[in-house]
Design a protein around this ligand. Structure first.
Ligand code: BTN
Length: 281
C-alpha cells in the first residue's frame, strides 16, 4: 500500500518534453519521447510500441505508474511527482545470449549519471541495482523479444528514486531503499538527472554495440559492491551462500562456498550478507 504523496514534497517539478529535450546531448535516446502523467508501466507501453515498429532510442517516461514492474515479478513502487520511471526501446545487433552484459553496462551508465548529477558515490549490486551507501536507489529491468534466435527488440526500464521521502515506502523497505533526496538532504532537478541518464546510457549502448564485450566487464567491475562479498543468491534452483569471486565473460556471477564448490548464476536475487547493512531488493 503506498501512502498518498507527502505534503513535504514541495513544488513538484513538472516533466515536459520541451524541458527534457532542451540541453539533452544525445543523438537518438529521447529524440522521440512519449510522456505520460500516469500509466500502468512504461515497460509495458514500450514493448507495445516496439512491436508496432517504434524507432530505436524511443523513450517512454511516466510521472507515475500504477503497475510498475520490478525483477522477479515484483512491483516497483511508482508514486507521482518525485521519481523517474523510464523505458528505452533498443534493437542491438548482438547475440541474444549476450544481453545480460547490456544490463550490466546500463547499470554503469545509471551509476555515472547519478555521480554526475548528484555527486554521490554510486555502486552496483549484481546484476543491475544501483546503490548509494549500500541502499538501493535504482533498479533496471530488461525485457526482450527474441525471434528466430535474434533480438527483435529490447526494452530497458529504469526506476530511479529521486525526491522520494522514505516514509512513502512500505516499512519493510525503509532500511534497504533510499532516494537522492534522502541522501543529499535536498531536492534534485529530475529533468537534469534524466538528461544525464539518457546521455550516459547512450554512451554505454554505443560501447555495447561496437566494442569488444570484455570492455563492459572492465567498466562494471570497479563499481561492483557485490564482488568480494559474502552473498546469498536465491534462484529457481534454490539458495546458495558463498563469496562472489568473479564474473564470467557473459557477466554471470560466480559464487564459491567455503567448501570450495562453485556455482555460476545468470540471474537470481542477491543479498549482500553483512551484519549491519544487508542490501536487498
Ligand atoms: C528492479 O526490480 O530492480 C527493476 C525495477 C525496474 C523499474 C522500472 S520503472 C520504469 C520501468 N517500467 C516498469 O514497469 N519497470 C521499469
Amino acid at each position: 500500500m503506498i501512502p498518498s504523496t507527502s505534503s513535504r514534497a514541495s513544488r513538484p517539478q513538472p516533466l515536459t518534453p520541451d524541458a527534457i529535450r532542451s540541453g539533452l546531448k544525445t543523438e537518438r535516446f529521447g529524440r522521440t519521447l512519449h510522456l505520460y502523467d500516469r500509466i500502468e508501466s512504461t515497460n509495458a507501453v514500450a514493448l507495445a510500441l516496439a512491436e508496432q515498429g517504434a524507432a530505436e532510442g524511443t523513450v517512454i517516461l511516466a510521472d507515475s505508474q500504477t503497475q510498475g514492474r520490478g525483477r522477479m515479478g515484483r512491483r516497483w513502487i511508482s508514486p507521482p511527482n518525485v521519481n523517474l520511471y523510464v523505458s528505452i526501446i533498443l534493437r542491438p545487433d548482438r547475440d541474444p545470449d549476450r544481453i545480460g552484459l547490456w544490463t550490466l553496462s546500463a547499470a554503469v551508465g545509471a551509476a555515472r549519471a547519478i555521480e554526475q548529477a548528484a555527486a554521490l558515490p554510486a555502486r552496483l549490486k549484481w546484476p543491475n541495482d544501483v546503490l548509494i551507501h549500500h541502499k538501493k536507489i535504482s533498479g533496471l529491468l530488461l525485457e526482450s523479444a527474441i525471434q528466430g534466435g535474434e533480438i527483435k527488440h529490447l526494452v530497458l526500464g529504469i526506476g530511479l528514486n529521486v525526491n522520494l521521502f522514505r516514509e512513502l515506502l512500505p516499512e519493510s523497505l525503509r532500511d534497504s531503499v533510499t532516494s537522492l533526496r534522502e541522501e543529499l538532504g535536498h531536492e534534485l532537478d529530475r529533468i537534469e538527472l534524466l538528461q544525464r541518464l539518457l546521455e550516459q546510457l547512450e554512451l554505454q549502448y554505443q560501447s555495447f554495440r561496437t566494442e569488444p564485450l570484455h570492455k563492459i566487464l572492465e567498466a562494471y567491475v570497479p563499481l561492483s559492491d557485490t564482488l568480494g562479498q559474502t552473498v546469498r543468491v536465491r534462484s529457481p534452483g534454490g539458495e546458495w551462500t558463498g563469496k562472489a569471486t568473479g564474473l564470467t565473460a557473459d557477466g554471470d556471477l560466480i559464487v564459491q562456498r567455503t567448501d570450495g564448490r562453485e556455482k555460476v548464476f545468470r540471474s537470481g536475487d542477491v543479498i549482500h550478507v553483512r551484519p549491519s547493512h544487508a542490501a536487498r531488493d
